[in-house]
Write a protein that binds this ligand. Sequence first.
Ligand code: NDP
Length: 286
Amino acid sequence: MSARVLNGKELATKIKGELKQTVEEIKKKGIYPGLAVVIVGNDPASRVYVNSKKKACEEIGIESFEYALDENVSEEDLIKLIKKLNNDDRVNGILVQLPLPKHINEEKIILAIDSSKDVDGFHPENVGRLMTGNPQFLPCTPAGVMELIKESGIEIAGKECVIVGRSNIVGKPQSMLLLAEHGTVTICHSRTKNLEEVVKRADILVVAVGKPEMIKGNSIKPGAVVIDVGINRLEDKKIVGDVEYESCSKVASAITPVPGGVGPMTIAMLMKNTVKAAIAQAERKG
Ligand code: NDP
């Protein structure tokens, strides 16, 4: 048996189409959504992500403002730029592409972003709101995973949900979102004992580790739903996930491909947050 493919590319295209319509409507009311994208240095992967985000903005009708800063920019100057963007009415959302160079403290940078423009959902206020069940902006990757699961009609309530990875941007918020949908959630990490045993319990498995094809077909429960967040570039430039697709797709009931699974959903969710931010800011202004 072969698993159902959860096609993130297709769903992301549908969501972006709906957002495009929303943007056309709000523009008639004088609301012109804008996203500032800040990139520091020349990391090729970051450049690819930033370009995809700008392209999505273009498709939907969101104006994007790129700030490409030198690798050696000081923390102080980066914070100055963010403060300027916080006060710029054309900018509804601010995205600082991570990771940042080592001399810049990411936490300080995230804290400098006005939480009402934090469309990545990384600001402590937005993290806290998510924890307490009153979210403003959901972090894009975990939100994209939830949309994929829900759109596919997969029930979460009461299911054993196992997440491998506990980062602030994927694993931790993913756990909160699955919990909010009444999943029974376990988070694994590099110190987890008997990882295989825990992974095998999962009805819904989300893997966000950054290790190429770490999870194999014989490690998962037959019929599991497997969500692969990983994006790993191999030496031959091929992109693979954290899950071995070939073997897992023979055991799982549903699986996301890489590329074409979670990646495009992350971008669609960023667009959704930006439109939401533009509408909320316009309402606040009255
Ligand atoms: P991080 O490096 O921040 O976190 C990785 C997590 O995996 C850590 O919690 C780490 O544990 C855990 N881990 C590492 N090795 C093992 C192991 N052998 N067994 C169990 N757990 C382990 O990564 P991110 O969360 O930022 O990203 C994860 C992956 O997802 C990457 O491939 C990244 O490229 C991809 N990604 C994809 C996105 C998309 O849009 N599709 C968006 C964001 C990320 P510990 O905490 O103990 O160190």
